[in-house]
Design a protein around this ligand. Structure first.
Ligand code: PMV
Length: 318
């Protein structure tokens, strides 16, 4: 084959971010309409290049990820070749076409990595198991983020909402067909810095880690139950509680808090920051008939982009 194609999508963490780094469970939502496609082929110029990756990005205004994560992506390609026993050959050229904004907690780095892994597998005619693809994505994620929990690497390939804990996933039972509105604050946050900041804080305050992880775990399990039983008010309340937990840990920003308050004011059942924090996105849970008001208010409160993600029927889009 002369060209391989791979695709992955964005994700939002519903609950459990940060605590998941310490082994707690997390709930995640795929965002199928925000996708990245990778195409892998052989480079025509074999001149001394830095390596195997020549990288073009379209569809996004920023090239930040390319420089930030390129070490991870180079490692990913080398690791793919090593594991699959694919050696030699001319330089590879990988093109990424991504609609996922960077640094917004939407999993852009994991989605790019997964798309690349699938494109390489396609190019070399290899069948990869989900676990093999996951582990390859994790090699790049660990370089970009320090020690990544793996929730992003799983969620960017999932077709439906999922529960993640310590590398394992299961599909979430969804007993209600409401929707999430994902709102981009327009400001990037560094997941790596946020994870480090929290770890340092835990080091300074004895018991803080146990309290944070304990509360996060309790909220995540309660929300999972509420989602399964179709109790939207309960689910919404736990989301907002999780926002308060992250805010108290210093992971929110004024802009993000304004978006959360705006969503709640407009009738969202719950709202919170999502992902690493220190910027990024807010997710708001809404009944379908409230979605327009909530979306409008999020824009009025400063959101630069919003996406509506239905809880049910995601499989149709993935
Ligand atoms: O900001 P994102 O989308 O990369 O989410 C990171 C989630 C964290 O729990 C903060 C880190 C991790 O490794 O799980």
């Amino acid at each position: 084959r002369s060209v391989g194609i791979g695709r992955a999508h964005a994700k939002a963490i519903l609950l459990g971010e940060h605590a998941v780094v310490y082994g707690a469970p997390a709930l995640a939502l795929p965002i199928p309409q925000l996708a990245v496609t990778a195409s892998a082929g052989w480079s025509s110029h074999t001149a001394d290049g830095p390596g195997e990756l020549s990288y073009t990005m379209t569809g996004t205004p920023s090239r930040a990820l390319v420089t930030q994560a390129s070490d991870g992506l180079h490692r990913l390609i080398a690791e793919f070749r090593r594991r699959e026993g694919v050696t030699g050959g001319p330089h590879l050229e990988v093109l990424l076409d991504s609609a996922i904004p960077h640094g917004r907690g939407l999993g852009s780095s994991a989605a790019s990595s997964r798309a690349i892994v699938l494109a390489l597998a396609d190019l070399f005619g290899r069948e990869l198991t989900e676990d093999a693809a996951f582990e390859l994505v994790q090699t790049a994620e660990n370089m970009a983020h320090g020690r990544a929990s793996g929730v992003d690497a799983r969620a960017v390939g999932a077709a439906a909402p999922l529960l993640f804990q310590q590398g394992r996933t299961e599909a979430l039972a969804v007993g209600w067909d409401g929707l999430f509105i994902v709102a981009d604050s327009g400001t990037a946050g560094s997941t790596k810095e946020a994870v480090q900041m929290l770890r340092e804080g835990f080091g300074r305050h004895p018991g803080a880690q146990e309290r944070f992880v304990g509360r996060a775990t309790e909220l995540t399990w309660t929300a999972r139950q509420a989602l399964a039983e179709g109790k939207p008010e309960e689910l919404g309340a736990r989301l907002t509680d999780y926002h308060d937990l992250m805010r108290a840990a210093g992971l929110s920003t004024n802009t993000i808090d304004t978006l959360v308050e705006g969503a709640l004011w407009a009738g969202a059942l719950g709202a919170k920051i999502t992902g690493g924090g220190l910027g990024g996105c807010v997710i708001a849970l809404a009944r379908p008939e409230r979605a327009r008001q909530v979306t409008r208010q999020l824009h009025e409160a400063g959101a630069v982009q919003t996406w509506v993600v239905p809880l049910k029927g995601l499989d149709n889009h993935a």
